[in-house]
Design a protein around this ligand. Structure first.
Ligand SMILES: [Zn+2]
Length: 77
């Protein structure tokens, strides 16, 4: 399976995801410091499709990153 290239998310897509999620973090409901997160990380075979994107605040996003051990990726590349 080809790896999904890491492209920057187009502004229109970011705005669509924010609107869909009511401009709130989907984990804690925060309305500030929001960012767009890949639900399945690209490194783990996730896509840039809207269905794989969600709104997370910086706090939840960094907590989620911690959850994925970088060594996990190396076993599959
Ligand atoms: Zn949050």
């Amino acid at each position: 399976m080809a790896k999904t290239p890491r492209i920057s998310i187009p502004k229109a897509v970011r705005e669509y995801v924010l609107q869909r999620d009511n401009q709130q973090c989907r984990s804690c409901g925060a309305t500030t410091a929001l960012s767009i997160d890949h639900i399945i990380p690209l490194a783990n075979g996730g896509s840039n499709d809207i269905s794989n994107l969600q709104t997370l605040c910086c706090h939840c996003n960094s907590r989620k990153q911690d959850h994925f051990d970088p060594r996990f990726d190396q076993r599959f590349t």
